[in-house]
Design a binder for this molecule. Structure first.
Ligand code: V47
Ligand code: SF4
Length: 389
């Protein structure tokens, strides 16, 4: 197949395979990727670009794991470690009580002394303070650790969190699915199969979720394509992913600093190829906190239709890894301007991509039906990650 033939196939809305994706990724001119990704974006979301009003809670950066790309984790007692008490976390929520945030995004380090029941209680208490806020919480890595530690099956653990008020699962922890690359950059944490399995089981219980890919470190284009195809396969089975978020590796203050960072052209090609390969995922998010506002604006011409939230100084993952802005904030006016200059209309959404049109949701809108459980996994005792602090 030639690039022109693959382009025609995509313009007809047909699916491409790994070989076709590789040819396009490596050889297609940037303008063609922009055109094809825009066609695919417009087919899914017309002239809309989505944003939400959210804030992040990061209860702790103390983590059992030692991912080499992570600038954020600390050992207990180390300079720069934080470990908020339940009351301190709830105080942060109280401060946002009267804001118009519709989502709280909770992630953090995998703390050895915290457990599933503690986090379920945290969610319950957050919902008491802000009953209407949607709790999008815990990467599959955190969930895997806390559910196994509790000795429950994945379904039992997820069900417990659902009953506490959790509605959606963020996309973190996916990194790169290729097992050899994963073993190099984040040894010991949940495997690719376990990450995918967590999301599959969650989708079948009625949660929706996101997926990410950490790129720009030691992986190559084949690994990126393999990652996207594993997500596409899962999405074919469940339909539970709302959005895919390519995460550009930021190189400051971590174990892979010497690698440097990808070019903006690589970032735009990656966004476009994500849109083209993931033909069954409705939204591609250009996470502006990580790209910066200018590249996020360009991303809207390369298949992205979501720029995440208006975050008020509340995520440290990227500022600690060298993202330019230490107090990331984007006003609604700036979002509208950014979308308009790319030729789109800014639309506020909730976590589940219901359009809000100035309204707040009043009822939780989890994926409509539980799809019935997979056969349950046997309970296992807590498994210690290979590396510990
Ligand atoms: O899993 C850690 C990544 C993720 C670095 O679901 C890094 O809406 C780049 O998943 N350079 C957590 N990335 C954040 C995340 C996320 C972000 C925004 C929206 C959503 C969503 C999810 O951050 C981790 C890891 O892959 N990460 N360190 C770094 N140095
Ligand atoms: Fe821990 Fe997450 Fe950092 Fe890995 S990326 S060390 S799991 S905080």
């Amino acid at each position: 197949m030639t690039i022109e033939q693959i382009a025609e196939k995509l313009s007809r809305g047909e699916r491409i395979d790994a070989t076709e994706a590789k040819l396009l990724w490596e050889k297609a001119p940037l303008w063609l990727l922009a055109r094809l990704a825009t066609e695919a974006k417009v087919r899914k979301s017309g002239d809309k670009v989505f944003y939400n009003k959210n804030f992040h809670l990061e209860p702790t950066n103390i983590c059992l794991f030692e991912c080499r790309f992570c600038s954020y984790r600390r050992c207990k007692g180390e300079a720069g470690a934080w470990d908020y008490s339940m009351e301190e976390v709830l105080e942060q929520v109280e401060k946002r009580k009267t804001s118009s945030a519709t989502e709280v995004h909770i992630v953090g380090g995998v703390h050895p002394d915290r457990d599933l029941y503690y986090y379920a209680e945290m969610i319950r208490r957050i919902k008491t303070i802000m009953p209407e806020v949607c709790v999008k919480a815990f990467t599959a890595v955190e969930l895997h650790y806390m559910i196994r530690k509790a000795g429950l099956t994945i379904e039992e653990g997820l069900q417990l969190l659902k009953e506490a008020g959790m509605e959606s699962i963020p996309g973190g922890g996916a990194e790169i699915f290729d097992e050899r690359v994963r073993a190099e950059i984040c040894p010991g944490k949940c495997s690719s199969a376990e990450w995918l399995d967590m999301h599959e089981r969650a989708h079948k219980l009625g949660f929706d979720s996101n997926a990410t890919m950490l790129y720009g470190h030691i992986e190559n284009i084949d690994h990126r394509i393999d990652h996207l195809l594993r997500l596409r396969d899962l999405q074919d089975r469940t339909g539970g992913f709302n959005a895919f978020i390519p995460l550009k590796f930021r190189s400051a203050n971590n174990g892979l600093t010497e690698l440097g960072e990808t070019s903006v052209v690589d970032d735009l090609r990656t966004l476009a190829m994500s849109r083209l390969i993931l033909d069954n995922v409705p939204h591609i998010k250009a996470y502006w906190v990580m790209y910066g506002k200018e590249v996020a604006e360009m991303a809207l011409s390369f298949g992205a239709d979501d720029i995440d939230g208006t975050i008020e100084d509340s995520t440290k993952i990227y500022s600690m890894a060298g993202a330019a802005d230490e107090r990331p904030r984007l006003t609604i006016g700036e979002i509208e301007k950014m979308c308009a200059s790319a030729g789109y209309k800014a639309v506020e959404r909730d976590t589940h991509y219901n359009e809000l049109n100035g309204k707040r949701k009043t009822e939780p809108t989890m994926r409509s039906e539980s799809r019935g459980c997979l056969h349950t996994m046997p309970s296992r005792k807590e498994e210690k990650p290979a590396k510990q602090d």
